[in-house]
Design a protein around this ligand. Structure first.
Ligand code: CO8
Length: 388
């Protein structure tokens, strides 16, 4: 019951969120839109555009101003990702991996000298960041990893390979999680920072992908790679737990990316349905098409509420594991459904590269896989519901 003293839920977005959304929209239209299909075709990561994003403050969104960042919160972060992804989800994915995985790991678990050493260059976009958890044989079962880090005096020697790494080739610095203890022990992994150019550290195979093709995905290879103990992030044995906390935030960013894709595809389908005339009237006038639009709009609205609630919890420092998994799972499944229906509404034209929905359809699928599959999100949600 609503009484006079009840505080209603506020659905107005903060002013700063609207301002950064506007800035991200014009950035995407000016620097990304003209090249979307060219980068997709060539599978080119436009590093210069990421540097430009750095000038706009989009590569250090969550970083405090004292370390050269924009000092913004999750509400602004998801607004930027959504706007960029409406134009090109590949660039949204790159910005997300850089911010919420690599930079955030150093920011959350690095000591002051580590932050001063790496964060300003990441926040400005001068350096591009990568984050290595996944391996060839350990995707969902991240804790079963085989890459090892062995202590040798004041150094660590890394051996193994990380797979499906965003910016695996172009990244200047990578946060890498490696086994420092027993296999199967969640306290047997530790996080390290490895800079490009370190002897024994190289890039391997670059993936040829269905979608998100302008976001580079490649392997990181470690062969007797020696790094100083000063590159260790946090205590020995905390790497897996740290990664789970990083993914709690990262999954919100995949939810935002999914929203961008869903809105981009929906808007294209709405426009097309009003323009395309069949049987003497716009196809939007047929119930079969208008009901699709109604369902798409409703699902987007619901996904948006989940993503924004997760951002609110994260910003407030409240537990977010369950909500971020829910937001990521639901928004990513919605974006696949919406992108598929958008192609359907376009008919044959939707299956061609002349219309943006073809690319949204290909890009959307990654969202139900990256940063934990839909099935893993259900595991996370169920564990949280059933604990205690
Ligand atoms: C090709 C295109 C590009 C693709 C891009 C892909 C990009 C990526 O690879 S991103 C990485 C994606 N990987 C993932 O998302 C990993 C998915 N897996 C997981 O999230 C976990 O392994 C998961 C949830 C299945 C749980 O694993 P499991 O091994 O059973 O661990 P679990 O027993 O639950 O937890 C171990 C410890 O961590 C703790 N923990 C787990 N989650 C959290 C959390 N969110 N916060 C804090 N602590 C946590 C647990 O409390 C537990 O602690 P304790 O040992 O004290 O009891």
């Amino acid at each position: 019951m609503i009484t006079e003293t009840s505080t209603p839920v506020n659905f107005e977005y903060p002013e700063t969120q609207r301002m950064v959304a506007e800035a991200a929209r014009s950035f995407a239209q000016q620097y990304i839109q003209p090249h979307v299909m060219e980068w997709d075709e060539a599978q080119t990561l436009p590093v210069d555009v990421l540097r430009k994003a750095g000038e706009m403050g989009f590569m250090g969104i969550l970083v405090p101003q004292s370390l050269g960042g924009s000092g913004l919160g999750y509400h602004e972060y998801i607004a930027i990702l959504e706007e960029i992804s409406r134009v090109d989800p590949s660039i949204g994915l790159s910005v997300a991996a850089h911010n919420s995985l690599c930079t955030n790991h150093i920011l959350m678990f690095g000591d002051e000298s580590q932050k001063e050493r790496w964060i300003p260059r990441l926040a400005s976009g001068e350096w591009i960041g990568a984050w290595g958890l996944t391996e060839h044989n350990t995707g969902s079962d991240a804790g079963g990893m085989n890459t090892t880090a062995k202590k040798d005096g004041d150094t660590w020697i890394l051996n193994g390979a990380k797979n499906f790494i965003t910016h695996g080739r172009s990244g200047n610095v990578a946060v890498v999680i490696a086994r420092t203890g027993e296999k199967g022990d969640s306290r047997g992994m530790t996080a390290f920072v490895v800079e490009k150019g370190t002897p024994g550290f190289s890039s391997g195979k670059k993936e040829n992908k269905l979608g998100m093709r302008a976001s580079e995905t490649a392997e990181l290879v470690f062969d007797q790679c020696r790094i100083p103990d000063a590159n260790r992030l946090g205590p020995v044995g905390e790497g897996f737990i740290q990664s789970m906390k990083i993914l709690d935030g990262g999954r919100i960013s995949i939810g935002a990316l999914s929203l961008g894709i869903a809105k981009g595809a929906y808007e294209a389908a709405l426009k097309y349905s009003k323009e395309r005339v069949q049987f003497g009237k716009p196809i939007s006038q047929f119930q079969g098409i208008s009901f699709k639009l109604a369902e798409m709009a409703t699902e987007i609205e619901a996904a948006e509420l989940l993503v924004h609630k997760a951002a609110f919890l994260k910003n407030s420092g409240k537990p977010v594991t369950q909500l971020s998994a829910m937001a990521k799972m639901y928004a990513s499944e919605v974006c696949v459904r919406v992108a598929s229906e958008a192609v359907q509404i376009h008919g044959g034209y939707g299956y061609t590269k002349d219309f943006p929905v073809e690319k949204f359809y290909r890009d959307s699928k990654l969202c139900t896989i990256g940063e934990g599959t839909t099935e893993i999100q259900k595991v996370v949600i169920a564990k949280n519901i059933l604990k205690d």
